[in-house]
Design a protein around this ligand. Structure first.
Ligand SMILES: Cc1ncc(COP(=O)(O)O)c(C=O)c1O
Length: 411
């Protein structure tokens, strides 16, 4: 007989709260922040902390250039600014991502084109990307979701074939390896986020990486109002943003960066343990690392198949939460169904750039646009596994998932 679920009045698997990531900040963070405050120099221009973050991050990834900016959204906007689309050009990406992936596309007057993901998966389907390429396609933004790498071989081949640069959105995938290479280092530009939930955080912040010298110069200018600081006279060479991160954020980022590799490795170990505990359950699809890609577990994605399990994802999530294991539905809907995109609410009363004469076709976002992505969101949920969890914490998570799944099958 299966155990009575906590949601039905049974005893929860877990009553203690899970560990917080707050313990990840300590003496070194305080020392670096204090150093910045005592120096009285809080701007990155002429500061040492941002420079150190950029140098260390580039060295850790093995790329020539890293640029620290104010957010992951700013990092992607900067990457788009580096590629420099013409108004009305198109940039293909996935609808399973944060809004920050497409904001910069629109602010550069380009059009986000959503390709579908692979059936039952989280990443862009190369064939769907191919079908969406037109003579206006200026870039492809590949998102490495949840800590797992997308099929980079296929995207690099498509990029090469069509002469289209690949931007990698690695906001959720620090040090994920794809066939032995770090994500972010394979495309023309890689982008990272330092927002609170990310593997590396300073509350907010972002990093742009590239090994292309010309793009690196353009990115640095783009994120600094197009300001060329190399000459004696002030010059604004082209339209750019102010995405300068402050030395205070960089002080925290620098302290955190030193611990990042170790933390990612621990997270990987614990996430893989949880996967091993639940991978035999019918109707439950854990986040398996594949032969090509590791998983660094931003959050832990779990998908449940209602048909096999006999209960809905909503019931599964409610039951798991009642067992004391927090889980939630993450994005809720594909990006194109959020009002800003669905109704193309952009600038003033216009729908610019969607209604711009520079656009070569009418872009319509609608339910059913990317059926695989919509199906994935009906099945997937997010759980937390991070570097401060213990083996026992993960064992409780595994036990709770097994209990809910067993009870679902018994009906
Ligand atoms: C995949 C992805 N891309 C972009 C972003 C945007 O990053 P930020 O929130 O730092 O602007 C996020 C952050 O949530 C993300 O998860």
């Amino acid at each position: 007989m299966s155990e009575r679920l906590a949601i039905d009045g049974g005893t929860p698997v877990r009553t203690q709260p899970f560990p917080s990531r707050a313990q990840g900040f300590g003496e070194e963070d305080m020392r670096y922040v204090t150093e910045v405050l005592q120096s009285g120099h809080l701007s990155r221009v002429g500061g040492a902390k941002t420079k150190a973050v950029e140098e260390q991050f580039a060295a850790m990834l093995g790329v020539k250039h890293a640029l620290a900016v104010t957010s992951g959204t700013a990092a992607i906007h900067t990457a788009v600014g580096m590629i420099n689309p013409n108004p009305g050009d198109e940039i293909i990406t996935t609808p399973l991502t944060d809004m920050g992936t497409v904001i910069g596309i629109l602010y550069q007057n380009a059009l986000p084109i959503f390709a579908d993901v692979v059936p039952g998966g989280y990443h862009l389907d190369p064939e769907s990307v191919r079908r969406n390429i037109t003579d206006r396609t200026k870039a492809i933004i590949v998102v490495h979701l949840w800590g797992m790498a997308a099929n980079m071989d296929a995207f690099l081949a498509i990029g090469e074939e069509h002469g289209i640069p690949i931007i990698e959105d690695c906001a959720q995938a620090y040090f994920t390896e794809y066939r032995g290479r770090h994500v972010g280092t394979m495309g023309r530009v890689g982008c990272f986020s330092l927002q609170q939930s990310k593997h590396l955080t300073a509350g907010d912040g972002g990093l742009v990486v590239t090994s292309d010298d010309e793009l690196a110069v353009r990115g640095r200018l783009f994120a600094d109002k197009g300001w060329d600081r190399t000459g004696a006279d002030r010059g604004h060479l082209f339209l750019g943003m102010n995405y300068r991160i402050s030395e205070l954020q960089s002080a925290v980022a620098l302290a955190q960066l030193g611990k990042l590799k170790e933390r990612v490795a621990r997270r990987q170990e614990l996430g893989d343990k949880l996967t091993a505990m639940i991978s035999d359950l019918p109707g439950v699809r854990p986040a398996s690392p594949s032969a090509e890609s590791g998983n660094t577990y931003w959050f832990y994605p779990l998908a449940v198949e209602e048909k096999t399990l006999g209960i809905s994802r909503e019931r599964f999530m409610a039951a798991l939460n009642a067992e004391g294991v927090p889980c939630w539905g993450w994005l809720g809907k594909p990006l194109y169904l959020f009002e800003a995109l669905l109704e193309q609410r952009t600038f003033g009363t216009s729908h610019h750039p969607f209604d711009s004469p520079a656009a070569s076709r009418k872009i319509v976002y609608r339910p059913g646009l990317c059926p695989n992505a919509e199906q994935t969101l009906c099945e997937a949920m997010a759980l937390t596994v991070h570097e401060f969890y213990s083996e026992d914490d993960v064992a409780d998570m595994g036990a709770a998932i097994r209990k809910v799944a067993a009870s679902a099958r018994k009906g």
